[in-house]
Design a protein. Structure first.
Length: 292
């Protein structure tokens, strides 16, 4: 990422709230690091200098990851200025703090030690997660998930929802006379699917309320139903297609499987370390263990 912004402009940007961004919990940060890690095009590329101190794309990448929650509240076109301004402020304030001896404070030393351990945890758990994800592992997990898959009948249908039976009968008469079901849905249906011509895509019988599902699955492809009443109103249903369901293709779920494998590997790794460790609680007896 290349930011071309004069240092003076960066320093003029508002700083309120930047240094107060919350630090996420240790294991939570480690758990999400693999998904949010930013890879700079060249970590050594200098973005801006502050009193001779260089801030690089590598620094920007770390800041982007650390401020992910804050950046969601900032317009995307302002992210560059926001991050550079944050890093400029950090450089300026931290140098002043060093001059005034804050680095020797026990609180600061404790915080630095925690931040170091947190970075090590994220790096290690990211590596553990990455090591668990490969083509063979993803394929094996996919085949395990679909081995007991039972196909179900699915219907692809459209519908028109109106308030009264009389209105539904009038629309049905127009459709029988040659009017387009899709156009009638756009014009008359009160359902959110009206803009798509009443298209409900594919569904199984149990996904719909009983009168609607029974009607749709009893119809032939291409047929339009008489008015069907549910608690939502009166429906006209057109069946577009029928098929037996199938599991999603591997490529459609590959990212989800990879994420699951990585998360499981990280969790198992931490569990193994805990089980092998001698942990002596010094706080109140019976206190609940830290959440993972």
């Amino acid at each position: 990422m290349n930011f071309r912004m004069p240092a003076r402009r960066a320093m003029r940007l508002a700083t309120a709230g930047l240094l107060g961004a919350a630090v996420v919990g240790l294991t939570a940060a480690a758990g999400t690091a693999q998904e949010t890690k930013v890879a700079p095009s060249d970590p050594k590329t200098v973005v801006v200098t502050v009193n001779g101190t260089e801030i690089t794309e590598g620094d920007v990448a770390i800041a982007v990851e650390d401020l992910a929650g804050v950046l969601r509240q900032v317009p995307p076109e302002q992210h560059g200025d926001y991050i550079v301004s944050f890093l400029v402020d950090v450089a300026l304030v931290s140098r002043e703090a060093e001059k005034e001896g804050f680095a020797d404070s026990e609180d600061v030393k404790r915080q630095l030690a925690f931040d170091r351990n947190k970075a090590l945890v994220q790096a290690k758990l990211r590596a553990v997660g990455e090591a668990a994800v490969n083509d063979d592992a993803v394929k094996a997990r996919y085949e395990e998930a679909i081995k007991d898959y039972e196909p179900k009948e699915e219907v692809h249908a459209r519908h028109i929802l109106v308030k009264t039976e009389e209105e539904a009968k009038d629309i049905k008469a127009k459709i029988d006379a040659g009017a387009s079901f899709e156009e009638m849905a756009k014009e008359h249906s009160t359902d959110g699917s009206s803009q798509n011509g009443g298209d409900l895509d594919y569904f199984t019988k149990e996904m719909m309320v009983e009168p609607f599902g029974n009607a749709a699955f009893s119809m032939e492809v291409g047929a339009v139903s008489d008015p069907v009443q549910t608690q939502f109103g009166w429906h006209l249903i057109k069946v577009e297609d029928k098929r037996m369901s199938a599991p999603p293709p591997l490529e459609d779920v590959r990212d989800d499987i990879a994420r699951e494998l990585a998360q499981t590997a990280r969790r198992d790794y931490i569990t193994g370390l805990r089980e092998a460790a001698k942990i002596e609680r010094k706080d109140e007896a019976g206190a609940a263990p830290a959440q993972q």
